[in-house]
Design a protein around this ligand. Structure first.
Ligand code: FAD
Length: 315
């Protein structure tokens, strides 16, 4: 994103927050309130996911519009190929464009909930993220910065991480300008994988951004790590296991582990940016950022922070 490039040119590490569209109207309102509060932590951008198979996609577009044009947050819209006719892709891109959004995370997409495997199906415009990227470039030139997904530990369909690298390079060659990875907790794996990507010809000008899931509860932590098949370093389990039934202590120990992980990645020089899968919650992400001393102490210390409209009116 443009903000990312500007901050990195000044050698400033940055971070971003991912949110997903909540199921209820009250949930949406609560999330807007939380996004407002988390805006104060100074993310370089936020992103809104696209429901599997386009479920609640109208809400994604609406939330992008509110975040970008009403809240003034640099927003990135996820967009997938799953079950999308070209007319639906056109509509989503047009809405993002009109809202002033300049960042799209272009994805193939998960299969819809009722299906196990991804199928192109009749009338579905694109098979791979690469094809969607080419389409966005053809229609909008350089208007959108295009993010793409990377898999340091492989994914369900292709568990060999090495096999994904040529496909990742293809997505960069098609117009991808930044890479956000599937969640990862092992710094050595991430660092080695970034090295491989660079050796495969993915240029340094394309940031590779680690996806990080802060730890909320022991069970959800294990569930998500298993689901995405990401490795958990053994000392993490040793530290978390004894406190597993005490959520507050899990969050506290988890905060230290995630902050160490983030620090190791930043210190290694492989990345200047941390991307948080917030799960629409603020506390764990905030704790990690505070531990890393990355949050602005006050708004006035961060020139990037634009006060929200109602804050301005309050002075
Ligand atoms: P692609 O890069 O197109 O790859 C899809 C599959 O095809 C992979 O198995 C790959 O190995 C293979 N492949 C790619 N190119 C080729 C080729 N040229 N020839 C043969 N095989 C090829 N899903 C959602 O539904 N909504 C979201 O909002 C969402 N956000 C995500 C955000 C991030 C950061 C990540 C990492 C994933 C996200 N996903 C989301 C999940 C993602 O859509 C799935 O993991 C999906 O299965 C793959 O998407 P992709 O864009 O990586 O696909």
């Amino acid at each position: 994103t443009k903000k990312l490039a500007a901050a990195h040119a000044e050698n400033r590490p940055t971070y971003s927050f991912e949110y997903f569209p909540p199921k209820t109207a009250q949930g949406v309102q609560n999330l807007y309130d939380r996004m407002d509060r988390m805006h104060g932590f100074g993310p370089a951008f936020i992103d809104i996911t696209w429901g599997a198979g386009g479920r609640m996609s109208n809400l994604t577009c609406e939330m992008v519009k509110v975040a970008q044009s009403a809240y003034g947050l640099e927003t990135c819209m996820h967009l997938t190929c799953t079950d999308m006719a070209v007319s639906k892709i056109d509509e989503a891109l047009e809405e993002a464009y009109k809202a002033g959004c300049t960042n799209i995370l272009a994805l193939r997409g998960d299969p819809p909930r009722e299906k196990e495997k991804w199928e192109q199906g009749d009338g579905v415009a694109f098979r791979y993220a690469r094809d969607l990227i080419k389409y966005i470039k053809k229609k909008y030139g350089d208007h959108f910065d295009i993010g793409i997904a990377g898999y340091p530990e492989g994914c369900d369909e292709e568990t060999d991480a090495d096999a994904h690298i040529p496909y990742l390079k293809e997505k960069v060659d098609a117009g991808g300008t930044f890479i956000v990875t599937q969640m990862c907790y092992d710094a050595d794996i991430f660092i080695a994988w970034v090295k491989q990507c660079r050796e495969a010809g993915i240029p340094e000008s394309v940031p590779i951004i680690p996806g990080i899931m802060p730890i909320q509860t022991y069970d959800s932590f294990l569930r998500r790590a298993n689901w995405t098949q990401c490795k958990i370093p053994s000392d993490w389990l040793e530290k978390l296991e004894p406190v597993r039934n005490d959520d507050a202590r899990v969050r506290d120990v988890g905060k230290d582990l995630i902050a160490d992980f983030g620090r190791k990645l930043l210190d290694s020089g492989t990345t200047m940016h941390l991307h948080f899968y917030t799960m629409n919650l603020a506390a764990s992400t905030q704790m990690v950022l505070e531990e890393l001393e990355m949050t602005p102490a006050t708004d006035s210390h961060n020139p990037d922070l634009k006060p929200l409209p109602w804050r301005q009116s309050l002075g």
